[in-house]
Design a protein around this ligand. Structure first.
Ligand code: UN1
Length: 502
């Protein structure tokens, strides 16, 4: 069966008609990175389609915000159940559209289920504080309310999980949604949002509470500019995020940004090198180096540098690269030729700085798709392309002498998403996770930089954008806080002891 036929069958199995009522604009061809063949052709959304989607989401907000939060949680529970029941075809769809290996496709679907469960629990919480009032017979408390329409702009590399982080939380918090997925992965969006709409309807609500639109940057700009949209949650490049942040700031609307990462791991003299090799390999070559949490820099103590490079090179030399649908494959294709070009440009820049580049070549036999052997690059020092995020599997390795120097190198890049230290020395582990340690939103000990669980808040500092999504108290980003002072007495004392007798 061709991949296109398989896609049609999966969508049919999920009860989703491709292109149904989502757009009436020009055709968008979706290709699989597996062999570059066309999977489907969908109509993009026009400006009028977009306006309609936003106004429907805005209209439904007026009733959705009044639905008790645990009832909203029941919709998310049903959504999670549907996703769990269709885990295999959804995982397959992710692999077909993004080129992610089968295991990682299934893992991403599991991440959707996990965050739904988390949000269901949250739907019976969403609590604020009561605060001691300075006045007699007064109560001071805070209450949390939804924002309105939340726009989600997502990237190709996590075409389902990142939307689910946002949608599950935004929905239990009482918001309605408009989702603009990456133009490279509209089929994943169609399938996932189709299941969400089914869950809404089964629970007695209108599917238009969660809208999806298809388009490029122009569609994203229209979402950001629309007055009904109160929060824009965007995942993607730092360049895109900067534009979103500035456009939102000009309108005093909120943005939640999850942008790039240039994530490092420090390998100390006491590190368990077996753990380092396994942890670094998954983090550096998993998803073909196309996660925002991908390990891109290894900062290795000079005493173990040569041994680690040799062990990693041995692993890189025998990585099974190829069709991501085959169980034995660990590295699938790059998303497209642009990713390959930026990878090669970064490798050339590294060579010009005196680096030794192992691998990184294209597997030409698999053309016209873009498969590469991940690159391992020995850098004489941290400089040039090592300070930038290249969305491809390049792992730069460089040596350090003192732990303080290693921490400074970890923090010396513009991004601040994820980081790790491999050590058996308690002092190093504690220092790395202290205020003087890693400046990233994620700082791990003895595990790699990628593959976070949903229970923690996910996001990073500096050019990563500062947003936090998924677990912990990330839900607060989808709500506004009101402080209430309630007088249950019969006099009117003023705060700060002010006297004002009329
Ligand atoms: C992303 O690449 O945008 O921690 C998200 C991880 C995944 C999420 C990555 N749970 O690698």
């Amino acid at each position: 069966m061709s991949y296109a036929a398989e896609i049609a069958r999966i969508l049919q199995q999920l009860g989703v008609a491709p292109g149904a009522s989502h757009g009436s604009g020009e055709s968008l061809s979706v290709r699989t990175p597996i062999d570059a063949s066309v999977l489907a052709v969908l109509p993009a959304s026009t400006a009028a389609d977009l306006e309609l989607a936003i106004s429907r989401a805005a209209a439904h907000y007026a009733t959705w915000r009044d639905v008790p939060a645990p009832r909203r949680g029941a919709v998310v529970r049903r959504f999670g159940e549907l996703v769990r029941a269709h885990k295999a075809p959804l995982g397959r769809l992710i692999s077909l559209e993004t080129g992610k290996i089968a295991q990682e496709g299934l893992g991403e679907v599991q991440e959707v289920v996990d965050v739904c469960e988390f949000a269901v629990g949250l739907s019976r919480q969403l609590y604020g504080l009561t605060i001691a009032s300075e006045r007699p017979d007064h109560k001071l408390l805070e209450t949390w309310h939804p924002l309105g329409v939340v726009a989600v702009i997502s990237a190709f590399n996590f075409p389902m999980a990142v939307y689910a982080w946002n949608a599950a939380l935004a929905l239990v918090c009482g918001n309605t949604l408009v989702w603009k997925p990456s133009e490279k992965t509209p089929l994943c969006a169609l399938a996932l949002n189709g299941l969400l709409q089914t869950a809404l309807m089964e629970e007695g609500f209108d599917g238009a509470i969660a809208e999806v639109v298809f388009g490029d940057r122009t569609a994203g700009e229209a979402l950001v500019a629309h007055p009904a949209v109160r929060l824009v949650s965007a995942t993607g490049s730092t360049r895109m995020g900067r534009d979103v942040a500035m456009a939102c700031a000009a309108r005093f609307k909120r943005s939640l940004l999850e942008l790039g990462g240039n994530n490092a791991a420090i390998v100390c003299p006491s590190a368990d090198l077996e753990l380092v090799v396994r942890g670094a390999a998954f983090a550096a070559v998993g998803t073909a180096g196309q996660r925002c949490t991908t390990l891109r820099r290894l900062i290795v103590h000079r005493s173990v540098h040569a041994e680690l490079v040799q062990r990693l090179a041995a692993v890189y030399a025998r990585l099974p690269i190829g069709n991501p649908l085959e169980d034995s494959t660990l590295v699938g294709p790059l998303i497209d030729g642009h990713a390959f070009e930026s990878m090669q440009a970064a490798l050339a820049a590294a060579r010009a700085l005196g680096a030794t580049v192992h691998f990184g070549e294209r597997l030409a036999g698999l053309a016209p798709a873009w498969y590469v052997r991940p690159a391992l690059v020995e850098m004489p020092r941290q400089a040039g392309p090592m300070l930038e995020e290249t969305f491809a599997p390049i792992l730069y390795v460089t040596a350090y002498d003192s732990f303080e120097e290693a921490i400074a190198m970890n923090n010396a890049v513009p991004h601040g998403l994820s980081s790790a230290v491999f050590t058996r020395d308690l002092r190093e582990a504690e220092l790395f996770t202290s205020a003087r340690g890693s400046d990233c939103g994620i700082a791990n000990v003895n595990i790699g930089t990628s593959g976070a669980e949903i229970g923690g808040a996910f996001g990073g500092e500096k050019e990563t954008g500062g947003g936090r999504e998924s677990g912990s108290d990330a839900w607060k980003a989808y709500m506004r806080r009101a402080t209430n002072t309630i007088n249950y007495g019969s006099s009117l004392p003023l705060a700060q002891g002010i006297r004002f007798d009329v």
